[in-house]
Design a binder for this molecule. Structure first.
Ligand code: ZN
Length: 474
């Protein structure tokens, strides 16, 4: 097993080094940007280097919970790799986190009418039960809307359980609908008197693995312990409750609030050869949930942008504009790294040409959407043409970026989305199963190829993606 993995990773890396040496010829500089982009794609599809990066991150660092020592080790790992690779400026920017959080014991069992154990995991930020747990009758709701319809006080002393399923979709849109329950469900239940909250995992699998993820307590409601049930356990509870006899459940959760901690963003620049002050920014988040090793979320994104940048770094000459990679900390608790970066860099908002971030697994990428002033801008047409051979379709102009670059897009920085196929992403997302063996190198390489093509052309061509000047100013 070890030997097989070694050879699978080692041989393409050796091949890449060979190709890299061959590429440093004067003739390559004569390629047009469009030809250069095609070459980048070709090389990335063969081996982008992303698999080696992701293997290193998930194996040497492992899980990287926001604000943890492991997350700091991941930042140091990234800094060292960028420095060794010859990036011009590599910096770590530290920011405060009000609350670090650590998982504890998590156990649940049905105590009546029969005794059965259940698989649960605490939601991120959840408060603890007393050490001996809470035991209470459950009140079960088939949807978040049904919970909201319950009268205030009607759940007094009960454990609220919401079993709304998540819908599988290529564009991941089922997540946005289902995740309200995880974010706001605990406070909605607490307002109605519940002593604890359980939900059917926000996921599309039917494995006996629960999906964690952040919850948000409202200021005006008691903070009750909250956990996710694996999908089969949620269905089991539904069937049992439907039989009519009261169902009692015991829940033990002992997570800890670690108080004030710090997190950090890692920033690495490839300085532009002509317009170094103009920045094309690619982001990804270094933190992960603690149950798996964050291979898909968002180790894959880290590997995709780092590999794309490395391929561009290895070209015979730098693009005109600066390519900046930002590996954000503490995305999972609520885009904290993205917000800290946008605040610390607000004086340079005018310098960003365009921003993008992969945070939806390994791909493949199937659509290129923009959020720009002029979607018909000629260089965007060239980017679309260069992405077409990778089976990437043109999308609309409604992109707001994704994850950590959203705070920049809110500051009116042009953003694009290289939409990833998320059909199977939420089978694994935020579970103990988010591990390296789920990664398919050909999917990862296609994504890295798309990012390399996009970033190279955005940095090499002179496209202006800002809103066109108002008519009165012309
Ligand atoms: Zn993520």
């Amino acid at each position: 097993m070890v030997a097989r993995r070694f050879s699978r990773v080692f041989l393409p890396v050796a091949a890449l080094v060979f190709i890299g040496a061959h590429r440093l010829t004067a003739a390559d500089v004569s390629l047009t940007p469009d030809q250069q982009a095609a070459e980048l794609a070709h090389k990335a599809l063969a081996d982008s280097g992303a698999m080696e990066i992701l293997t290193s991150l998930t194996t040497e660092i492992g899980p990287r919970l926001a604000g943890s020592e492991a997350e700091k080790r991941a930042a140091a790992w990234a800094q060292k790799r960028f420095e060794r690779a010859g990036f011009d400026k590599v910096e770590i920017e530290t920011f405060p986190l009000e609350h670090g959080w650590a998982r504890g014991v998590e156990k649940a069992e049905i105590t009546s009418p029969t005794s059965q154990s259940l698989i649960v995991t605490a939601l991120g930020g959840s408060t603890a039960t007393p050490p001996e747990g809470v035991e209470a009758e459950i009140a079960i709701f088939k949807s978040y809307t049904a919970l909201q319809a319950a009268p205030i006080g009607s759940l007094k002393g009960k454990i609220a359980v919401v079993t709304e399923p998540m819908t599988r979709a290529r564009d991941g849109s089922g997540y946005g609908v289902a995740v309200r329950n995880r974010s706001a469900g605990p406070s909605e239940a607490a307002r109605r008197g519940a002593v604890a909250f359980l939900l059917r995992s926000v996921g599309t699998d039917n494995h006996r693995l629960p999906h964690t993820g952040m919850t948000r307590y409202a200021e005006d409601a008691p903070r009750i312990p909250a956990a996710a049930l694996s999908v089969p356990d949620a269905e089991q509870l539904e069937r049992l409750a439907a039989l009519g006899a009261p169902v009692r459940l015991k829940l033990v959760l002992t997570p800890r609030d670690l108080g004030a901690v710090t997190s950090q963003n890692v920033i690495a620049d490839l300085k532009g050869r002509e317009k170094p002050e103009e920045i094309v920014l690619l982001g990804a988040h270094l933190d992960s949930w603690d149950l798996g090793t964050g291979a898909l979320d968002d180790g894959a994104g880290v590997a995709i942008v780092a590999a794309a940048a490395q391929l561009i770094h290895d070209l015979p000459r730098r693009p005109r504009r600066t390519l900046r990679i930002v590996l954000y900390g503490s995305e999972e608790p609520g885009l904290l790294g993205g917000k800290a970066y946008a605040e610390a860099h607000k004086s340079e908002l005018d310098h960003y040409v365009v921003v993008a971030e992969p945070d939806a697994g390994q791909g493949p990428i199937y659509k290129f959407s923009t959020g720009v002033g002029n979607p018909e801008e000629p260089t965007l047409q060239r980017i679309r043409a260069a992405l077409a051979p990778l089976s990437i379709l043109p999308g609309d102009n409604s992109s707001r970026g994704s994850s950590d670059v959203e705070p920049l897009a809110e500051g009116h920085v042009p953003a694009v989305t290289l939409a990833m196929d998320m059909s199977d992403y939420f089978d694994i997302h935020h579970t103990p199963d988010d591990t390296l063996d789920k990664i398919r190198p050909e999917r990862l390489n296609q994504s890295a190829a798309a990012y390399a093509v996009f970033a190279y052309l955005a940095a090499e061509l002179d496209g202006n993606y800002r809103a066109p000047a108002p008519v009165s100013a012309k």
